[in-house]
Structures are given as structure tokens and as C-alpha cells.
Design a binder for this molecule. Structure first.
Ligand code: KG4
Ligand code: ZN
Length: 335
């Protein structure tokens, strides 16, 4: 079964052809980062307009690269939630138009489910149940994946997402957007114990995260030193911040996995590219006999392949959309 998948939830216009959820015939990603970076973040209206301009050529390119004709696809999968509403609408309406003209069904895909399913591609032995840690620019979740299409939220951030914190700290030290990967690079040669940062406590659910206190502490340190003309070692700052992030994830994720007797963890989302977090969690998992799956970085950041993989399982579960499918900016994965 060949699925054409479309992803336009944020600032990447992406299309892919994925066969049977595990064979990638093509993948095309057009990133808008160079356009948004001069504003220090994604500008929603510009994102929608860019998707409008590029969606047809990106999709046709994916069809051409797969060396198939449009008629050979069995379904069209599209991200419909969560994300920027105007950006999502471009992909959704394009998918509906194709569906009408080709008489093929539309499969609605939840963006976070797609991020999790990216791990199946390189790990044929991986199947639910397992625990997923989704970390991206907009999301931070510990998720129990009970089947390919059933999910429970165990914990989530009550304020900023991890990627957002990385990007805001990067911006404060003058790095360009999105700065997560630069902090990762700087941290590699810094001292993780040079600065001590707070690990904010969260009431109610002990598996929930809070990052705003940590973000404020790091940004205040940068600003205070700037005002006093004191040079700060940004490698040490990056390494200390990243080490604190690793300890926070360990506190929540690893304790849940041990308490619940799970033995498999999947890392997903853009921040899962982070070399420091991958190394730290991999070494803890090794010592505790937990298997950890870390998809290649190109599968962690937004792409349409992950949409096509999840779509295969949604297709098998008969999860199709009507032509009134709408964009949903916030939608919990378990709703
Ligand atoms: O999953 P993604 O591409 O888009 C969303 O769904 O949000 O994630 C983008 C986020 C950005 O915040 C970016 O800075 C972060 O992933 N990111 C990283 C790294 N690579 C990308 N954060 C930390 N370390 C990295 N190496
Ligand atoms: Zn994403």
C-alpha cells in the first residue's frame, strides 16, 4: 500500500511516499527556516503563505522521486493537529482536493503520533507497548504507547516546551533561530558542572515538567553578566544548562519507566537530535537494562515520512477523514 503523506504543521512543507509503513519511496522537505530566522522565530502568517506557494511543487517532487504516478497511491495522509492553524489548513485543503480528484481516502494524522512512529522505520523489532519521550519546539510529553494507534499521556510540560527553552536561551546568547543545535554543539566542549541551575518542581502530577524557572535562571545569568560587562563562557553555560535538562528528563522519564516496569523507550521530536541528551539517556538505560530507541536526526525533526508511517497503522484501523476535516491547533494525543 502506497501512501502520499503531507506535513505542514509548522515551518516545513514536506511530502513523502511511504509503502506499507516501512519502505520510503521518496521524501521531500522544504524548510522555511531561512525566512523565519530574521524574525527570531516562526511567523505564522508567513508560514501559511510559504506552504501555499510550495505545497504543489513539493508534492509533485515527491511523486516524481518515487517514480510512480498519482493514480498509484492508495491514500493521502495529512497532519491535521496540533500545529499552527493556518499552516495546517494548507496541507489539509490540498489533501482534500487531491482526494476529490483522485477518489482516494484522506487519513488524518496527529503530529505527535507521527513523531513517535518515526522510530519504527529503523527498528523493525520495535512494537508497542513502550514509553515515548516526545521533545520538540512545541511539545514535551511522556507517552505510554499501548498500540500503534492508542496513546496515554503520563506527563507533559505545564509551561514551555524543551525546544522552546533551547531556542530562547540560544537567542539570548546571540545564536540564530532555531538555536537548539548550536547549544548542543557548544555544550560538547563545556563543563556541565560550571553553573548550577534550578530544577523546577511541579505540583499534582510528579511526571509533569516545568521549564520556565530554568529558562529564566539561565537568561537572567546571561543578562546580569552582560550588564556588569562580565564575559560568560558560553560553552560552560550550554553544557550546564543541557546537563540540567538531562537530569530533569532522567528524574521523570526513567523513574516512570522503572516504576511501571516498562523496558523500552523511544525518543522522538526535534530535541531528540540532541547528542548530549541521547548519550546521557543511553548510558542510564544501559545501566538499568532498558532498551532505548533513538531515530536518526533526519527522522526526529519535522518530515512527512513519519506521517506516512503512522498513516499505515491508521489505515489498518479504518481511521479515515470526511471532507469536512478541519485543523485543530491543540489536541491532546489521547483525546
Ligand atoms: O520536531 P521539530 O522539528 O518541530 C516541532 O514539532 O516543534 O522540533 C524543532 C525543535 C527546535 O526547537 C530545535 O531547536 C530543536 O528541535 N532541535 C534541537 C536540536 N536539533 C533540533 N534541540 C536541541 N539539540 C539539538 N541538536
Ligand atoms: Zn514536530
Amino acid at each position: 500500500m502506497k501512501i502520499l503523506s503531507i506535513e505542514t504543521s509548522c515551518d516545513e512543507t514536506a511530502a513523502a511516499i511511504v509503502e506499507n509503513g516501512n519502505n520510503v519511496l521518496s521524501s521531500v522537505i522544504l524548510s522555511q527556516i531561512d525566512i523565519h530566522k530574521k524574525y527570531g522565530g516562526v511567523v505564522p502568517e508567513i508560514a501559511s503563505r510559504q506552504h501555499c506557494e510550495n505545497i504543489s511543487s513539493v508534492t509533485l517532487n515527491a511523486i516524481e522521486k518515487a517514480k510512480i504516478s498519482l493514480n498509484e497511491i492508495d491514500a493521502i495522509a495529512v497532519t491535521y493537529a496540533p500545529g499552527l492553524v493556518g499552516a495546517l489548513l494548507v496541507g489539509i485543503n490540498f489533501a482534500k482536493g487531491l482526494s476529490l480528484s483522485l477518489n482516494k481516502p484522506v487519513i488524518p494524522i496527529h503530529h505527535i503520533k507521527a513523531h513517535i512512529s518515526s522510530a519504527y522505520l529503523e527498528n523493525k523489532d520495535l512494537s508497542p507497548p513502550f514509553i515515548a519521550m516526545v521533545m520538540s519546539g512545541g511539545h514535551t510529553h511522556i507517552i505510554e504507547v499501548t498500540s500503534h494507534t492508542m496513546f496515554n499521556i503520563i506527563g507533559q510540560t505545564v509551561d514551555d516546551a524543551i525546544g522552546e527553552v533551547y531556542d530562547k536561551i540560544a537567542r539570548s546568547i546571540g545564536l540564530s533561530y532555531p538555536g537548539g543545535k548550536y547549544i548542543d554543539e557548544l555544550a560538547q566542549t563545556g563543563n556541565p558542572f560550571a553553573y548550577k541551575f534550578p530544577k523546577p518542581k511541579v505540583k499534582d502530577n510528579k511526571y509533569n515538567f516545568s521549564f520556565s524557572g530554568l529558562k529564566t535562571a539561565v537568561i537572567n545569568l546571561i543578562h546580569n553578566n552582560k550588564q556588569k560587562n562580565i564575559n560568560i563562557n558560553i560553552n560552560d553555560l550550554s553544557a550546564s544548562f543541557q546537563h540540567t535538562i538531562c537530569e530533569i528528563i532522567e528524574d521523570k522519564l526513567i523513574s516512570y519507566v522503572l516504576e511501571s516496569n516498562y523496558n523500552k523507550i523511544v525518543l522522538a521530536g526535534g530535541v531528540a537530535c540532541n547528542s548530549g541528551i541521547r548519550k546521557y539517556l543511553s548510558s542510564i538505560c544501559k545501566s538499568k537494562n532498558i532498551k532505548i530507541y533513538t531515530p536518526s536526526p533526519y527522522l526526529c525533526t519535522d518530515n512527512a515520512v513519519m506521517v506516512g508511517i503512522q498513516a499505515f497503522y491508521e489505515f489498518k484501523a479504518n481511521n479515515f477523514a470526511d471532507l469536512d476535516l478541519n485543523a485543530i491547533p491543540y489536541l491532546p494525543i489521547d483525546s
